[in-house]
Design a protein around this ligand. Structure first.
Ligand code: ADP
Ligand code: ZN
Length: 535
């Protein structure tokens, strides 16, 4: 072993190698801590500058004779970009993943063992192979294994949205090489995920660095779904004509249909989802990154590790799974710091669908319970009348003041007391059951409440119910908002193919008027023929 050499100045490295005058935010504290061999868990929002947090220590430690930094990264594209960028600034680095030929792998391994690499990016499944661990052992014996960096560390958590089985084996690093410092980094971590990362990566002793998750240049807007395509088109045309943006949809089919539809409307839209042919998908991604003003319509398969600074909007046509996913996806807007917008349209069907996906999943009960809890938090954000940012940041444990740059701050919504309406709706669902032991969907329910004598109403004799017409004072969209709340709050569930409505136990206190409900006054939707479909 060599006697330790002094560490060079990290600020000098930042300036000379990367050409930046100064560290940002917590970077300096993190870099110093890690360069001196401390363990760290870094929570920093997307675009916050996580890469430098391990790249600068890697260079400093390599210069001090401590050898290579091994970076665990879940995405091939990400590794590729990072290594490309490092080569541009003259830092010897390489990656090992499944895209390389045997020759290339052997070449990289020789460079590694010769101590020439400053950073080596490795896919988690390769890192934990006996063969690779043996290489690391040899390096370690020579005192040439400097640091482990675990990027996208939330992948280790099953509570998170990007769980990767292979990340679970990464505790091996600590067990096999307890003396080698580790830095884990992520842009997503509510308390659950954070605790999970600490335990699963055995980082309990690591210093925690939490940056503010605020992205002040992103304006948050969450609207009620009425006619989502038309709403999306209006949003893009009115505010983002000719600008780059991402539109997230839940299903592959919807991605394709939405992209095609936007193109028909004269916009330049591309599609991206995991079911596409790889070459086509890659081509679309490359075009989106290279060309100006393209719209990428995508499933959540698109985005992790895609660093396009001038994405001006991220739109959601379907509800994400939870706040972390929402934050992560919207965080892809405005990485350059200029104004950007996060826009989401959600409706009753989204709420029903997300609830059902959790209920129907094969996961164990505890997992489902957490997922429901997370969905509830997102629904509360969607239904909020007050500052979205305050709620979003509160979710990540940060207190803040109303932001002045979200829909609710910019135009505070009018609200109405929906307590009475709620009771009427719940008792109407109850009467259906009492009357004929039958269940019905949203369309019929609202028809009965509003006193519309449709064929179906006649057929079931529902015009004779005491609840028939008791809600004539409210419009159809108002009733839909009430129902959406009731489903969001879990007092009503929509079951089966026809989304028939059923009361839950928690509906009882609401029926008795013991629970107050305040709703936003929604914008009047145009009348349409009631086909009973959920929107
Ligand atoms: P993250 O991984 O946290 O999303 P990156 O590491 O990709 O963020 O950094 C985002 C952008 O900010 C990159 O273009 C990076 O070069 C730039 N950046 C990071 N730190 C600094 C700094 N101290 N000074 C100037 N630019 C920085
Ligand atoms: Zn606000």
């Amino acid at each position: 072993m060599h006697p330790p050499m002094p560490l060079p100045s990290t600020t000098a490295i930042l300036q000379e190698v990367f050409g930046y005058p100064a560290f940002r935010g917590q970077q300096e504290a993190i870099v110093e801590h890690v360069a001196h061999g401390g363990d760290a868990l870094v929570l920093m929002p997307t675009g916050g500058g996580k890469s430098l947090c391990y790249q600068v220590p890697a260079i400093a430690r390599h210069r001090a004779g401590q050898g290579v930094t091994v970076v665990v990264s879940p995405l091939i594209a990400l590794m590729h970009d990072q290594v490309g960028a490092l080569h541009e600034v003259g830092v010897p680095s390489a990656f090992l993943n499944s895209t390389l030929s045997l020759d290339e792998v052997q070449h990289t391994e020789r460079e590694l063992m010769a101590g020439r690499l400053v950073l080596l990016y490795v896919a988690p499944e390769r890192l934990t192979t006996p063969r690779f661990l043996a290489l690391l052992e040899r390096l370690h014996e020579q005192g040439k294994l400097s640091l482990f960096a675990i990027d996208e560390a939330h992948c280790v958590s099953q509570w998170g949205h990007d769980f990767r089985e292979d990340y679970l084996h990464l505790h091996l690093l600590h067990e096999r090489f307890p003396a080698v410092p580790r830095i884990a980094l992520t842009a997503t971590a509510d308390e659950h995920t954070r605790a999970d990362i600490l335990v699963r990566l055995q980082l309990q002793e690591a210093r925690l660095f939490v940056s503010s998750f605020d992205r002040p240049n992103i304006r948050y807007t969450l609207v009620e779904k009425d006619n989502p395509r038309a709403q999306l088109l209006r949003f893009i045309r009115d505010e983002h004509e000719g600008e780059a943006g991402v539109v997230y949809c839940q299903s592959r089919r919807k991605v394709e249909e939405t992209a095609a539809w936007l193109c028909q409307q004269g916009l330049r839209a591309l599609a991206y989802h995991a079911g596409m042919e790889a070459a086509q998908r890659q081509q679309n991604q490359d075009r989106f990154l290279r060309e100006d003003g393209l719209i990428m319509v995508a499933t959540v398969a698109f985005g992790m590790g895609i660093d396009k600074p001038d994405v001006r909007f991220v739109a959601h046509l379907d509800l994400p799974k939870n706040i972390e996913a929402y934050y992560q996806e919207t965080g892809r807007a405005g990485r350059d710091g200029a104004d950007a917008e996060a826009w989401l349209a959600y409706g009753l069907a989204d709420v029903v669908q997300q609830r059902r996906m959790i209920d129907d999943s094969p996961a164990h009960d505890e997992f489902k319970r957490v997922q429901r809890h997370k969905l509830d938090a997102l629904l509360a954000l969607a239904e909020a009348h007050d500052c979205r940012r305050v709620r979003l940041l509160a979710y990540f444990g940060e207190a803040s003041q109303p932001c002045g740059n979200c829909d609710n701050c910019l135009s505070p919504p009018d609200t109405w007391d929906a307590t009475e309406a709620t009771r009427k709706m719940l008792s109407c669902i109850y009467r259906f059951w009492q009357h004929g032991r039958q269940r019905f969907g949203a369309g019929h329910l609202i028809d009965v409440l509003r006193g519309r004598r449709t064929d179906k109403v006649e057929q079931y004799g529902h015009h004779s119910l005491t609840t028939f017409g008791v809600g004539a004072d409210l419009s159809e969209p108002q009733w839909r908002a009430v129902l959406r709340q009731l489903v969001a709050l879990g007092h009503v569930v929509a079951e089966g193919e026809f989304n028939t409505l059923v009361l839950t136990d928690s509906a009882r206190p609401v029926l008795k008027g013991e629970v107050q409900l305040t709703l936003k006054v929604s914008v009047e939707a145009p009348k349409r023929s009631g086909n009973g479909r959920l929107r």
